[in-house]
Design a protein around this ligand. Structure first.
Ligand code: SF4
Length: 392
């Protein structure tokens, strides 16, 4: 673990200094995680693309007046989940806008047609349906939630997540990324992480890089995550995600972070966070997988053979065989993991409801694995058979 002063000194690290920083991070990664890079095979379920927030970089959110604004129906949810099941997916990622019914009449009407008043009630029941009627494990990404809301959702999700993004309050000001976003205050995001810790929820969080935050903000954000993990032990992974400038958004003209900026942030995250926290960088946002691995990541996140990345639809999911090859060029192998990480599985029903625990046990038995963790090492040959080329 590096000191605050040392972390701050790497703001402009490049050339040999960046190379050595990445080497140090990769060494830390190898010491705990070995040479195995993981990913989760998933389907993406955007339960609703309406939201009460208005992030300056978001193209996922749709105005209720737009013909593309929607709630997935229960039939849509099960249809996608079953198709994913047929392709051996194991994770159902429920990702959705935050509380649209609190801002939009149209969302309230839509929910009423579905028989609900609140999106979170609908989410709960759709997770339960997937859990009960398919083999997939739900992972919930529903934004900032209270203690009671997290407690309500825990029995129907194997893990949950919410990007902290940043601890900077500057970004709440007019013209900045998080202006008019009541759910993006650092206080609210940090409180969600803390409440998840009190409830023993295996939790994913992360930083969004290049949205106007400073280097010091990134260090502060990593330290805030570390502090909560040291108190509760529940952070299973931290995502370092690069901002992409998208046409039609407030931030369309903003500069995207460079590869060096991503590398130094990944490396510093690896060195600030406790070793047992998985460091992930999304594979569909950057072709330089090998560079990320050399900078200390041990996970590539969710990869879908079926559904596109609705958050970044312009970025195709990578072919898993090309990721496998990238891993091999840096002396690593690629392996599939579940949405909940092995350390959390090994604690029986502390992190999982009994229903979920039974289901996860079924996965391990069907994979012929006697004890957890249940990793399935994928060969390039078998992957190219499983993943339809051009799937996006
Ligand atoms: S990024 Fe999330 S919270 Fe922000 S507008 Fe988009 S859906 Fe809403």
């Amino acid at each position: 673990m590096i000191s605050l002063a040392e972390a701050q000194s790497y703001e402009y690290a490049t050339g040999p200094e960046l190379f050595h920083l990445c080497q140090q991070a990769a060494y830390e990664r190898d010491a705990f995680w070995g040479k195995q890079i993981t990913y989760s095979k998933k389907v993406f379920l955007p339960l609703t693309n309406m939201c009460r927030d208005a992030c300056g970089y978001c193209t996922f959110v749709q105005d209720p007046a737009s013909p593309t604004a929607n709630y997935m129906t229960p039939e849509d949810v099960l249809n996608v989940a079953r198709q994913g099941e047929a392709l051996q997916c194991k994770e159902a990622l429920f990702s959705l806008g935050e509380r649209p019914e609190e801002k939009h009449q149209k969302a309230r009407e839509w929910l009423a047609e579905l028989g609900y008043k609140h999106t979170l009630d609908y989410l709960h029941d759709q997770c339960d349906a997937v859990l009960t009627q398919t083999s997939l494990l739900p992972h919930i990404n529903a934004g900032a939630l209270s203690y009671q809301e997290l407690k309500y959702l825990k029995p129907v999700a194997a893990s949950m997540g919410m990007m902290l993004e940043t601890t900077s309050t500057e970004l709440l000001k007019k013209g900045q990324a998080h202006y008019a976003c009541p759910d993006k205050t650092p206080k609210r995001r940090l409180d969600t992480i803390e409440q998840a810790g009190k409830l023993d929820i295996a939790f994913t969080t992360g930083l969004l890089i290049g949205i106007g935050e400073s280097w010091a903000d990134r260090i502060n954000s990593l330290i805030a995550i570390r502090e909560r993990h040291l108190t509760y032990g529940h952070i299973q992974e931290v995502i370092i995600q690069n901002f992409r400038a998208k046409a039609g958004t407030l931030m369309a003209g903003f500069q995207e972070p460079s590869l060096d900026d991503m590398k130094r942030t990944i490396a510093v995250a690896r060195l600030i966070l406790p070793s047992e926290i998985s460091i992930q960088a999304p594979p569909n946002l950057e072709e330089e997988y090998a560079s990320y691995i050399r900078a200390g990541i041990n996970d590539l996140g969710g990869i879908s053979p079926l559904t596109k990345d609705f958050i970044n639809p312009e970025r195709a999911w990578p072919q898993i065989d090309s990721v496998t090859q990238a891993c091999q060029t840096v002396g690593c192998s690629l392996a599939e993991r579940l949405t909940i990480y092995p350390d959390f599985l090994q604690q029986n029903t502390r992190y999982l409801s009994p229903k979920l625990w039974q289901k996860v046990s079924a996965f391990t038995k069907s994979a012929g694995v006697e004890s957890l963790p249940t990793f399935e090492v994928i060969s390039p040959e078998s992957i190219s058979e499983m993943i339809p080329r051009g799937a996006a």
